[in-house]
Write a protein that binds this ligand. Sequence first.
Ligand code: ZN
Length: 365
Amino acid sequence: MPDRTTQSWAELNVASPDDLAGLFQALAAELAADVAAAGEEAALRAVRDRWLGRKSGRLARIRDQWLAAAPREWKPAVGQLYNALARQAESEFARAQARFAAVQAQAMIVEDAVDTTLPGRAQPAGPAHPVLRILDRITDVFVRLGYSVATGPEIETAYYNFEALNIPADHPARDDQDTIYLAGAGEELLLRTHTSPVQIRAMQAQEPPLRIVAPGRVYRHDAPDASHSPMFHQIEGLAVDRDLTLGDLKGTLDHFARELFGAAATTRFRPSYFPFTEPSAEMDVSCILCHGAGCRACKQTGWIEILGCGMIHPALYRAVGYDAARWSGFAFGMGVERVAMLYYGVDDLQRFYSGDLRFLEQFAT
Ligand SMILES: [Zn+2]
């Protein structure tokens, strides 16, 4: 059907009122068919533009071309028919629009409906990360012995991280290779390389007797690999009292090894060196996999190195104002990831940080 609204008044050849009525009837039918054919909202908008578009819509053309050009005697009739067609168009579009809105609302009701007969969805409980589980276990062993938990800042001063711990400026641990310094700070600030600064802060805050464990994150300038990470966890212990001896230290850590690895676990102590303890030792625990027979995990030695320890160096007492003649004490510290790797038989440290739930969920129980 040609679009007659593109024709001029003269081209319409209107000769009688019937001609005019017939013309508008055909337009009304066309309009109704157009609206009915619009199956979705976008199509309806296109139909609406075709008919009601402000500049080139059909009704605009009827008004601008026919009504304007019709001779005076025709104008009232054309005006009336134009108004009727315009009213029809408005109501047809309003009805169609309401129909689409109702369909959409119905669809939303169906979509959002809650089927109360469905069984509930179980929410999986998030278990603690294996490294934190081990950290908690280690902490618990010492809390049961009467130790309290102490924490300190992860951003430290060089004084607390090094000097107060008897680590002089030329010590290799102060090399940039190991320590992450924070640029731009007035004071020399760094990310603590060990939890040992907490020992100093705890001793400054409290007179002996004192028994604390300090669990927390530490930072080193290390590239991540199977046994290194720029961030890892340590737990540090400190006991200061009258007459504490190396025997007390060994007894305490022996007990710890049995609590963590089972009653059959045995320990051995090897002389070592740390700036903040004198004498210093490293403690090995009997291999938890082969129980001393020798295997790959223990490099066939039957022993696995687990922590560093020693009697507190008098320089630390001086730094915190304790009377070194009156008090004695011991300290120990270990890498928690290392213990977790042994405990769970994990051979790559990076797996703990992978965020891979399939891996992490193995340790949920
Ligand atoms: Zn072994």
